[in-house]
Ligand binder design. Structure first.
Ligand SMILES: Nc1ncnc2c1ncn2[C@@H]1O[C@H](COP(=O)(O)OP(=O)(O)OP(=O)(O)O)[C@@H](O)[C@H]1O
Length: 290
């Protein structure tokens, strides 16, 4: 997505005399950013996400700058006449992948989310959790430029939830804009570039400082830079706390879900950084010492 997806003075109501759910919404979604949308029940979060995903049209106003979009809906229609792998392959080809690439991507994403054993299971027979893994995989497999996630973590087991956080970090690092709603305030806490609250039909922008502090698993990455180099903290986003432990040696603390992306960014920097150590933090041990 090379330019922002823009909502200009967008309004949406259901039925010509229905109450306005959203009105006067201005929003720019920039490539490579992570945006969180929150708000009380029934305020219009899903309505906003469907507009962003292009599945619904505004009653007034304009949406411009649309790019290749993938969407995980709040309720995924699982009663489809496919096996899990067949469905993903089918969607992959619809998204423009060759059949061979789609078959491979379908297998890889099922594997990443721990659902490889269900590849041949008919969609209608999948458990809610497995069905949600397929919902998430279908959105990721075509490497979208805009990824819209409406409560996508709900129903996933802990390993798959972490994997989805990792996939979000990978997509944003690749320049994809990700917009998500999640009822858990700790979801990707500290990572969003922007958080909006839907209230009274409008969007209120919250600053980074007011989001919940990150409370999930963390990894310490110790790196040595090129002479006089500074870690590319900008490229790593707001995910990192940095400490220079010796001249040219830095200790970066990152959410575990983002450690792969951070490592890749450092190793592929020009000139590359030398990774001295990668160590998960045992948060409970740390807390016990307080
Ligand atoms: N297809 C529809 N037809 C009529 N009304 C709708 C439709 N979709 C949503 N609404 C109404 O629009 C309002 C906002 O709904 P929406 O689902 O966008 O809110 P939400 O913030 O996502 O809610 P929740 O947190 O409960 O998922 C609600 O009053 C809802 O009843």
């Amino acid at each position: 997505m090379r330019r922002d997806l823009r909502l200009d003075n967008v309004g949406r109501r259901y039925g010509i005399r229905g109450p306005w759910v959203l009105r006067g919404v201005h929003l720019a979604v920039t490539p490579g950013t992570l945006t969180r949308v929150e708000g009380a029940n029934g305020t219009g979060k899903s309505t906003l996400l469907r507009l962003l995903a292009g599945l619904d049209a505004p009653s007034e106003g304009r949406i411009t700058g649309r790019r290749r979009t993938a969407y995980v809906p709040e309720r995924f229609p699982s009663a489809l006449p496919f096996t899990a792998h067949g469905y993903l392959t089918h969607l992959g080809t619809i998204h423009g992948l060759s059949r061979r690439t789609a078959i491979r991507a379908a297998g890889e994403w099922l594997d990443r989310f721990g659902a490889a054993a269900h590849a041949r299971t008919p969609m209608a027979q999948l458990s809610k959790g497995s069905s949600q893994k397929v919902a998430v995989a279908q959105a990721l497999l075509a490497e979208p430029e805009l990824l819209v996630l409406d409560e996508a973590w709900t129903g996933l087991d802990a390993a798959a939830r972490t994997e989805l956080e990792r996939a979000v970090a990978e997509r944003t690092a690749a320049g994809c804009a990700v917009v998500f709603v999640d009822h858990d305030p700790r979801r990707l806490a500290g990572a969003p570039d922007t958080t909006y609250t839907v209230r009274d039909g409008g969007l209120e922008r919250r600053t980074r400082d007011t989001t919940a502090p990150y409370d999930g698993p963390q990894v310490v990455v110790e790196v040595q830079g090129p002479q006089g180099g500074q870690p590319p903290v900008e490229a790593l986003g707001a995910l990192v706390s940095t400490e220079e432990t010796a001249p040219g040696t830095y200790r970066l603390t990152v959410p575990a879900s983002h450690s792969d992306v951070v490592l890749r960014t450092l190793l592929t920097a020009r000139p590359p950084w030398h990774v001295v150590k990668v160590q998960p933090i045992d948060k409970h041990a740390k807390d016990d010492h307080r």
